[in-house]
Ligand binder design. Sequence first.
Ligand code: ADP
Ligand code: ADP
Length: 231
Amino acid sequence: NGEIEFDNVSFAYDDRTPALKGVSFKVPTNSSVALVGESGAGKSTILRLLYRFYDLKEGQGRILIDGKDIREVTQKSLRNAIGVVPQDSVLFNTSIKYNIGYGKFGSSDEDIEAAAKSAQMHERIMSFPEGYETVVGERGVRLSGGEKQRVAIARTLLKNPPILLLDEATSALDTSTEKDIQKALQNLMLGRSSLSIAHRLSTIANADIILVLKDGQIVEQGSHKELLALD
Ligand code: ADP
Ligand code: ADP
């Protein structure tokens, strides 16, 4: 399970510009779809609709998960089925270990450590984020953008949802950070369906399907190979 379908979805935030115009696509179970396109093309809107920040009205099409209209499931069970890895994850005033533990309350230390390891975050697991300090007065450590993202990845590994929404950072990451994130993401994406707002070439190249959006419409779709063969 974890199959996603957008069926002729149109959406506008206000009555001026439509954000999506008749968008249809499928994310087959366990496959990865990369959304690419200029700023304002409609990528975030697709993720927001799937997570039900907004509901489609009559005549705006349908969004289905495993064949079921998402308006017919409770918001709670929908959000349990979907893991979100944001650009900037919020870190709480506690160790990285317990920050990861927020992914699933009641997780054992072993499970948290395994998730940290899959996300390449195990070396700093007892550190606190910068700006915070421990009860004995140790100062927190500065985490890079890539490390914060790996905390979010580890949290989501613990939550273990069949569907993932990923919003990649646009900021440049150094190559070693890039490699660590790539490895962590591969571990996370294994056996799940994913929709990513893709900025990194590696994510685009590794996606099963690439959707190219322009002005709220899909203008190209296919594998990396197929899209390269178009010219
Ligand atoms: P992308 O993620 O590809 O940059 P978005 O999905 O954020 O694009 O935006 C699609 C269109 O919807 C753009 O024209 C954008 O200005 C508009 N839009 C996005 N969010 C809002 C909002 N909250 N209110 C009004 N318009 C919005
Ligand atoms: P992203 O870079 O992730 O695509 P944006 O920078 O487009 O996000 O949007 C950031 C936030 O600003 C969005 O969550 C949206 O609510 C809001 N927003 C984007 N475009 C508009 C718009 N045209 N009018 C009002 N709010 C907008």
